[in-house]
Design a protein around this ligand. Structure first.
Ligand SMILES: [Zn+2]
Length: 395
């Protein structure tokens, strides 16, 4: 019997519409067996988006009026597709003067670094970036695997915390994020209405492990000062208010990507663990991040992207399972770099991940395949490659 078009782990319950298994964090199937994100996609089609955009226009006008001579808002940007699109909408459609704020994971791909610089140049915006020390990033990457079962704690934490620091210190209360939580995170539906991003959302959703738990093994509280978000009092005093642009305008990843590529020269690149070339293109590490999800939950980025395409009618459910099967279990090439910076052996990484494996997968084999797809660019942070090229004469 052929396995084609079937889930990798058929004993798990899957959404009857898309390919999402029961092991997704926060998944919620209704009586029909349909997941929250699929329900949300149906609701999305019936929203009065024109009314939502009018509400957005009012928020923008109010922010401009209150900002006076200051920046109208903060746009947290990575240089990824979403942030480039946010920047386009805010500056070109609404005439806002944003301050761009970046938490650098210090793992920029060459394509990602180009896209970030392109974004800053194309929209002529001022920019503040925080880059944690290489040594700290390496230590946190090691600790992250044990604490939260993925490689990227510093990014989960910094991406929310650093913009909040800038917002409170410079008194720029409005933060504008991209994709709605209702889009595919499974954490909300479009029925819930526009969601606010505040300190609470951040500590509940983004950071996973609180800062003090990351202390130890050569990491001090002093090292993590910008990873601890400003206090609730500070946020309140500054009147912090965060919104998701995707709650106010119809979000379409594929069309946005095409638009940014054709209009501005934004670039895609090959990604590990998936067939899509634009999500998280700014970073070299997603392959490892999503591989750990696969080892823990039995699905990776391939499944995640296939579910989105199935929901949007671009793939059948069977095609989705097939694409996911081809990509989820791929051993990412960035594993080599991850082991180099953390001091783990690959066997140790797999062993730690075994400890994080969900109960539903405890007694089954979670196969790992060798990767046979070429990668477009070296899987090593671009800044590090520059140093190695000019300082060390490598490459
Ligand atoms: Zn679904």
């Amino acid at each position: 019997m052929t396995e084609t078009g079937r889930p990798m782990f058929p004993h798990l319950k899957h959404c009857v519409r898309c390919c999402m298994p029961e092991t997704q964090e926060g998944v919620d199937f209704d009586d029909m067996g349909i997941c929250r994100s699929c329900r949300s996609t149906e609701i999305k089609m019936h929203i009065d988006w024109a009314a939502r955009e009018r509400a957005l226009a009012r928020i923008m006008e109010q922010a401009k009026a209150e900002a006076g001579d200051g920046y109208d808002c903060i746009i947290p940007i990575s240089g990824g597709k979403d942030s480039m699109f946010q920047m386009h909408v805010l500056t070109q459609v609404y005439g806002m003067k944003p301050l761009a704020v970046t938490h650098s994971h210090n793992w920029y791909s060459e394509t990602g670094w180009y896209n970030l610089q392109l974004c800053l140049e194309a929209f002529g915006v001022d920019h503040i970036m925080f880059t944690p020390a290489r040594k700290l990033v390496n230590r946190l990457a090691r600790k992250s695997l044990v604490k939260i079962g993925d490689t990227c704690w510093h990014c989960h934490a910094g991406v929310g915390s650093f913009p909040l620091h800038i917002a409170t210190k410079f008194r720029i209360p409005l933060l504008i994020w991209g994709e709605s939580l209702a889009e595919s995170s499974g954490r909300a539906t479009y029925d819930d209405g526009p969601q606010a991003f505040d300190r609470e959302t951040f500590t509940r959703i983004s950071a996973k492990s609180r800062v003090p738990e990351m202390v130890g093994d050569g990491i001090t509280m002093k090292d993590l000062v910008l990873y601890e978000p400003p206090s609730a009092e500070e946020c309140e005093a500054a009147g912090i208010k965060g919104i998701y642009l995707g709650d106010y305008m119809f979000w379409d990843d594929e069309r946005q990507t095409e638009f940014l590529r054709d209009e501005y020269g934004w670039r895609e690149t090959t990604m590990e663990g998936t067939y899509k070339c634009y999500k998280s293109a700014e970073c070299v590490m997603p392959g490892m991040h999503d591989f750990t999800c696969y080892l823990k939950r039995g699905y990776g980025r391939g499944t995640f992207h296939a579910t989105m395409d199935v929901r949007n009618g671009l793939l059948t459910r069977e095609e989705g399972f097939e694409l996911a099967r081809q990509t989820d279990s791929e051993r990412p090439a960035i594993m080599d770099y991850y082991c180099e910076i953390t001091g783990y052996t690959e066997a140790e990484v797999l062993d730690i991940m075994k400890g994080h494996r969900l109960a539903q997968l405890k007694d089954v084999e979670v196969p790992v395949r060798q990767k046979n797809r070429p990668h477009e660019e070296p899987l090593r942070p671009y800044m590090q490659r520059l140093l190695e090229r000019y300082r060390d004469g490598k490459e």
